[in-house]
Design a protein around this ligand. Structure first.
Ligand code: OGA
Ligand code: NI
Length: 363
C-alpha cells in the first residue's frame, strides 16, 4: 500500500499520519483528549482467526532439575516458540519498579515527554508512537519508549527522569537471565552451553517500554500488529492485564489460532526471535504474536520487551545456520546475513504481517 496516495473520499492518510506524529503526544494524547471514535489511520482489516480456549503456553520453573529444564526449553522453543519462566532470579521489586517507572513516564505531562519524541535512529533513547507509523498499513493503539541499552548504554541524562534510576539496572538483570536461557537453549540444541552467548547473541540489548492506553473501539484496531521479533531472544515483562496472543496450531483442526499468554504474577515471558530461528536453521521457532487493543475503560496496559541482539557496531559479523545444525537431511534454509542487514529489512518493511525472515530464505 502506498502511504502517499489518497484513499476513498479524498482521505489523505499520509497527512493524517503526519498530523498525528506532529502532536508528539502519541495515542495517550488522543485518549487525554477524550476521543470516542478512533481515527481511521488506526483501522485494521478484520482478522478471521479464532482464539483458542485450550492452547497453553508452557510455564518453566528455572529452579528445577537442569536436565528437565533443558527438555522443557527444547520442547517449547521447537514448537510454540514461547514460554514463561518463574524462579528466574530477577527480583520481584525490580520488576514492579520497572513497570511503575514506565507508567510514570507515559503518564507524565507533555513537557516531560515531547523532548524525547523522535524517529531519529541515531538517538539511543526514543519516545514515539508506532516505530513503523509511516511504513505499516495500519497504526497500532500503543506508545513506546525505546532505549538502546547495550553494548554502549546512554548517559543517564539522556533517559527521561521517570525511568532514569531503574531502566539500565533492569537491563543488566534481564541480561543475566537471557544469558542463562541462551545456555539452556544451546544445550537443548546439542551445543556447548556457552555457544550462543559466545556468538554474541546477547551483546546488544534494546529495552522497549510499551504503553497501551484504553481504546474506545478496540475491535477496530490492535495494540501491536501480528509480527515475529527482530532479535535472537526476547524477554518480556507484562503487567497484570492480558492482551498478548501467540499464533499456534489448533490440535486436530490443522489451522492457526490465537492463544492468550496469560499474565502469571512474577513471571517473565521468553520467546525465540527471527535470528535464533535463522542460526538454528529453522529448528527453533520464531512465532508470530500480537497484542489486542486494550479493552479496559480506564487502565493502560504496560509491557517491557528486552530484545537481545548482536553488537551492531560489529558490522561485518555474519550470522547463518550453525554448521552442526546443517546436515544432509537438513540443508541450510537461510543465507548468512549481518544483523544490520536483517534489521534494516525489518524496519523498512514495518509490521505488515509478512515474516521478515522469508526474505533471506535460500532458493
Ligand atoms: C513486542 C511485543 C508484546 C507486548 O514488543 O515485540 O511483542 O505484550 N510486545 O507488548
Ligand atoms: Ni514481539
Amino acid at each position: 500500500m502506498s502511504t502517499t496516495t489518497k484513499g476513498t473520499a479524498g482521505y489523505d492518510r499520509r497527512r493524517e499520519l503526519q498530523a498525528f506524529d506532529d502532536t508528539k503526544a502519541g495515542v495517550k494524547g488522543l485518549v487525554d483528549a477524550s476521543v470516542t471514535t478512533i481515527p481511521p489511520i488506526f483501522h485494521h482489516p478484520p482478522d478471521s482467526l479464532a482464539t483458542s480456549s485450550t492452547a497453553t503456553i508452557p510455564v518453566i520453573d528455572l529452579s528445577g532439575r537442569r536436565s528437565e529444564v533443558v527438555g522443557e526449553v527444547r520442547a517449547a522453543t521447537e514448537t510454540v516458540g514461547f514460554f514463561q519462566v518463574v524462579n528466574h532470579g530477577v527480583p520481584a521489586d525490580l520488576l514492579a519498579e520497572m513497570l511503575a517507572s514506565v507508567r510514570r513516564f507515559h503518564e507524565s505531562p507533555a513537557e516531560a515527554k515531547t523532548p524525547h519524541y523522535t524517529r531519529d535512529l541515531a538517538r539511543k533513547v526514543r519516545f514515539n508512537s508506532n516505530f513503523d507509523l509511516f511504513q505499516s498499513p495500519a497504526a497500532n493503539w500503543r506508545d513506546t519508549l525505546f532505549c538502546q541499552a547495550l553494548p554502549d548504554p546512554p548517559e543517564p541524562e539522556e533517559l527521561p527522569a521517570a525511568v532514569r534510576g531503574v531502566l539500565l539496572e533492569y537491563g543488566d538483570a534481564v541480561r543475566q537471565l537471557a544469558v542463562r536461557v541462551l545456555e539452556l537453549v544451546s544445550e537443548a540444541m546439542g551445543l556447548a552451553p556457552d555457544r550462543l552467548e559466545k556468538m554474541g547473541c546477547a551483546d546488544g540489548l534494546s529495552v522497549v517500554s510499551n504503553y497501551y492506553p484504553p481504546c474506545p473501539q478496540p475491535h477496530l484496531t490492535l495494540g501491536t500488529s501480528r509480527h515475529s521479533d527482530p532479535a535472537f531472544l526476547t524477554v518480556l515483562l507484562q503487567d497484570d492485564m492480558a492482551g498478548l496472543q501467540v499464533l499456534v496450531d489448533d490440535d486436530g483442526e490443522k489451522r492457526a489460532v490465537w492463544a492468550d499468554v496469560p499474565p502469571v504474577p512474577g513471571a517473565l515471558v521468553i520467546n525465540v526471535g527471527d535470528l535464533l530461528q535463522l542460526v538454528s536453521n529453522g529448528r527453533l521457532k520464531s512465532v508470530e504474536h500480537r497484542v489486542v487493543a486494550n479493552r479496559s475503560r480506564d487502565r493502560a496496559r504496560i509491557s517491557v520487551a528486552a530484545f537481545f541482539n548482536a553488537d551492531l557496531r560489529q558490522t561485518t559479523a555474519v550470522y547463518g545456520p550453525i554448521e552442526e545444525q546443517v546436515t544432509s537431511s537438513a540443508p541450510p534454509l537461510y543465507r548468512s546475513i549481518t544483523v544490520e542487514e536483517f534489521l534494516s529489512h525489518y524496519d523498512g518493511k514495518g509490521l505488515d504481517g509478512r515474516p521478515a525472515l522469508d526474505h533471506f530464505l535460500l532458493p
